[in-house]
Ligand binder design. Structure first.
Ligand SMILES: Nc1nc2c(ncn2[C@@H]2O[C@H](COP(=O)(O)OP(=O)(O)OP(=O)(O)O)[C@@H](O)[C@H]2O)c(=O)[nH]1
Ligand SMILES: [Mg+2]
Length: 434
């Protein structure tokens, strides 16, 4: 019988499609409430990113509810749903008193929107099961709800509820009651609302179409600009290619083997040059004629070579030689007296080393300048020739030979010597009879 009644009633009461938006701050309980209305368990819900949509049949209404994400960054999308909404469900977390100010600001912004103002609004003061949750009156006061709805000529109903109390048939009756109130309110003013929504949605769609065209024009412009730049680059590349064909680029890099060989040749050339210089320095310009010249030449070569090797060493040797010569000079000065006072051996040594000169004087041989040619002291050790320094001339004095017949003959040009006198004219000079 009931079915028959409803069957007959249906043609009289046309089915009305109604769209609702469910908004409020994040964590307020919107999705939990929507799930409960739909007959699903409201627990284990996750924050909504974007929106979720539920459809339900309520009497003569085919209801579509857009459950929109309440996060700060998502609230911007809310306005896109205002035009087609017949009414609003605003969910408040009554247990979160700290966010009441934010809730009020959000609600104010919502109600003052031209596509919301004048439309019916259901406020659900949710989470009443939680201890310390604000009562209905407190929520009204915190949100200045009366003032707000009056300002924006919105029909308003507030219900205290708990979304997690149950779902389906066991859903909190306050939620069902609030939903009935909203649908009835819409039904009461349905035609007006319907015309407004038609108009708003048309405008909204036109606006969206315009935005779409503008976006397409921007994309087209960007694409054309990019294609123009690509063509310019292609033209530049072709121009570069033609230039490259005309003038082949010489590769500045060489194989490493070629570079090594080149360097080796340079080193070899430099070595040869140095060798040639060395040889040129070592070859004497004229052959030394005498022994002394040879020695001097060798000394010069040695000195010259050494000059190339170490000039600093020359200075050192100079100093050493000078010092040595000074020492010898001192010794030479002391030598005559020592030689005279010393024994026969020292006398013999002196005879051996002494260079004697003689002059003929009335058929007599007279030694002269014996002191000047006094040899160095035998006690003085021969100087060690410094490395890299020419042999000093003092060590190259002519060798003193003993005076003999051959030498005497040479001296007198093979003439017979005069007979020796019984008494020597220079008896003090024993050196003449050595
Ligand atoms: N105690 C209690 N917890 C609730 C109630 N309603 C929702 N919750 C819990 O509150 C948390 C947030 O619920 P949601 O439904 O996700 O909140 P929302 O408004 O959809 O949040 P957004 O999607 O981020 O905007 C969940 O852990 C729910 O279980 C309620 O009435 N009482
Ligand atoms: Mg949600």
């Amino acid at each position: 019988m009931g079915e028959c009644c409803s069957f007959f009633q249906k043609p009289e009461e046309p089915v009305r499609k109604v769209t609702l938006v469910m908004v409020g701050l994040d964590n307020a309980g919107k999705t939990a409430t929507a799930k409960g209305i739909q007959g699903e368990c409201p627990e284990d819900v996750a924050p909504t990113v974007g929106f979720s949509k539920i459809d339900l049949r309520q009497g003569k209404f085919e209801v579509t509810i857009f459950d929109l994400g309440g996060g700060k960054r998502i609230r911007g999308i809310w306005k896109n749903y205002y035009a087609e909404s017949y009414g609003v469900i605003f969910v408040v977390d009554s247990s979160d008193e700290k966010r009441m100010k934010e809730t009020k600001e959000t609600m104010t912004k919502l109600l003052e929107h031209p596509r919301i103002s004048g439309k019916p609004i259901l406020v659900l003061a949710n989470k009443q099961d939680k201890e310390g949750a604000l009562a209905e009156a407190d929520v009204i006061e915190c949100l200045s709800l009366e003032k707000l709805v009056n300002e924006h000529k919105c029909h308003c109903q507030i219900e205290s509820c708990s979304a997690v109390m149950g779902y389906g048939k066991k859903i909190d009756k306050s939620i069902t009651k609030g939903l009935y109130w909203l649908l009835h309110s819409i039904a009461n003013d349905f035609d007006t609302l319907h015309e407004r929504i038609k108009k708003d949605t048309t405008e909204q769609r036109a606006l969206e179409q315009q935005e779409k065209l503008e976006r397409a024009a921007r994309v087209k412009k960007i694409r054309e600009e990019r294609e123009r730049k690509e063509k310019e680059l292609e033209g530049y590349a072709k121009h570069s290619e033609s230039e490259a064909d005309a003038e082949p680029i010489v590769n500045p890099f060489k194989p490493i083997n070629a570079v090594i060989k080149e360097n080796e040749k340079k080193i070899e050339k430099e070595k040869k040059r140095q060798m040639m210089e060395k040889d040129r320095d070592s070859i004497p310009l004229k052959k030394p004629s005498t022994e002394q010249e040879q020695m001097e030449t060798q000394s010069h070569i040695s000195s010259s070579n050494q000059k190339h090797s170490d000039i600093g060493l020359i200075d050192t040797c100079k100093e050493a030689l000078t010092q040595q010569l000074e020492e010898k000079k001192d010794v030479t000065e002391q030598q005559p007296s020592e030689s005279l006072d010393s024994g026969d051996n020292s006398g013999l040594n002196r005879k051996k080393n002494k260079r004697l000169r003689f002059k003929r004087n009335n058929n007599m041989i007279v030694p002269i300048n014996t002191e000047e040619s006094e040899p160095r002291s035998p006690r003085t050790s021969p100087s060690k020739t410094p490395v890299g320094w020419g042999t000093p001339k003092i060590t190259r004095l002519p060798k003193v030979e003993p005076l003999g017949e051959i030498r005497q003959n040479d001296f007198y040009g093979k003439k017979p010597l005069p007979p020796l006198m019984s008494q020597r004219p220079n008896s003090d000079s024993r050196d003449a009879h050595s």
